[in-house]
Design a protein around this ligand. Structure first.
Ligand SMILES: Cc1cc2nc3c(=O)[nH]c(=O)nc-3n(C[C@H](O)[C@H](O)[C@H](O)COP(=O)(O)O)c2cc1C
Length: 349
């Protein structure tokens, strides 16, 4: 049987297959960070069509951490109720759902609010100059990550992913490109790691033990002034030690430089991290060819594959993959859609 359609268990959560919907900002939430009908249709459709794990887009733990004024938020208890309804719908389709907790730091564009970062250096000349967080303010951001994680647990999410990639606040601390601090949160590798590690440790403390914690990293920064894969491998050892259950391996984003991407371009990083750190990984990046996704899993480069744009192009990508990999008996089709999928097993709800 295709590995792509084998169930996968991590801690207390079992996914029905290895297909993950990658977190994707929609810039479509209400200005107070609430999700709306867009998110129910956008994420609900992928649950109907067989995705094993859906990851809600980068969700800000502070209102000043939003990439736009229409980002999803989890900085208030008021956000819990609608998210809980989304979780309930996705669960009813037999899928699992996680949420990506994020803070955009110096990349944020939250309207009138001032933005923050490790250092008073803007992302580019089109961005505001961030206020450099004091150690006390860093602790406050950590507490807000933890509060958001507690709200995610209350809403019923199966998985939490910490966004430490793409030039967001946590990566801004990891990277010498954006972290020029001279206190114990900057300078040496260990100091740059301190804040992301504290966030991870504190979140881990409040999660129910069966709940997996994913960390999305940018494995490389594509410039010799940034950190490289060997340093990221050392960071991942520390993340594992602190309780990360899986590393979601992306790359880039700390600078505006464009990345030369092609099918599977980030897979070698997932493979190295999986081998060296001995931790499960998720591969992502132009893996829309089912055969390629299957090869990534079958060769042991990663435990899960995330699909981003392929799922935007085709919400029924899982069905296409099942046909191509001769796994149609492995996908439960909603009873309501049964006539369109003769011979496929049905989800009777
Ligand atoms: C519309 C869009 C929004 C995205 N938003 C996020 C996000 O919120 N968080 C994140 O970690 N990555 C985000 N990404 C990156 C994707 O999760 C994924 O890593 C990337 O698109 C590569 O995978 P793909 O080739 O399957 O699309 C976004 C990508 C797209 C296309």
């Amino acid at each position: 049987m295709a590995v792509l359609f084998e169930p996968y268990s991590l801690k207390g959560v079992t996914l029905k297959n290895r297909v993950v919907m990658s977190p994707m900002c929609q810039y479509s939430a209400e200005v107070d960070g609430q999700i709306n009908a867009w998110h129910f249709v956008h994420l609900g459709a992928r649950a109907l069509y067989g995705v094993g794990l859906i990851l809600v887009e980068a969700t800000s733990v502070q209102s000043c951490g939003r990439l736009s004024t229409h980002d999803v938020g989890l900085w208030s208890d008021l956000h819990i109720e609608r998210l809980a309804k989304l979780v309930e719908f996705v669960h009813a389709q037999g899928a699992k759902i996680g949420i990506q907790l994020a803070h955009a730091g110096r990349k944020a564009q939250p309207g009138d609010e001032p933005i923050v970062g490790p250092t008073e250096v803007p992302f580019s000349d089109r961005y505001a100059i961030p206020h450099a967080l004091t150690p006390e303010e860093i602790q406050e951001v950590t507490r807000d990550f933890v509060r958001a994680a507690q709200r995610a647990v209350k809403a019923g999410f199966d998985v939490i992913e910490l966004h430490a990639a793409h030039g967001y606040l946590l990566q801004q601390f990891l990277s010498p490109l954006s972290n020029w601090r001279t206190d114990h949160y900057g300078g040496s590798e260990q100091n740059r790691l301190r804040f992301p590690l504290e966030v991870l440790q504190e979140i881990k403390r409040v999660l129910p033990p069966p709940m997996p914690l994913f960390v999305r990293v940018s494995a490389v920064e594509y410039t010799s002034e940034g950190y490289g894969l060997e340093e990221m491998i050392r960071f991942c050892h520390a993340f594992k030690e602190a309780g990360a259950d899986l590393i979601d391996v992306s790359s880039g984003g700390a600078t505006p430089a464009a990345v030369n991407d092609y099918p599977g371009y980030q897979v070698p990083y997932a493979r190295r991290i999986r081998q060296e750190v001995e931790i499960p990984t998720m591969a992502v990046g132009i893996l829309g060819s089912p055969a390629l996704s299957e090869a990534v899993l079958a060769s042991g480069d990663a435990d899960l594959v995330a699909q981003g744009r392929a799922l935007l192009r085709n919400p029924a990508w899982v069905m296409e993959a099942a046909r191509e990999l001769n796994a149609v008996t492995e996908v439960l089709v909603p009873r309501q859609y049964g006539r369109a999928f003769p011979g496929w097993p049905r989800l009777e709800r």
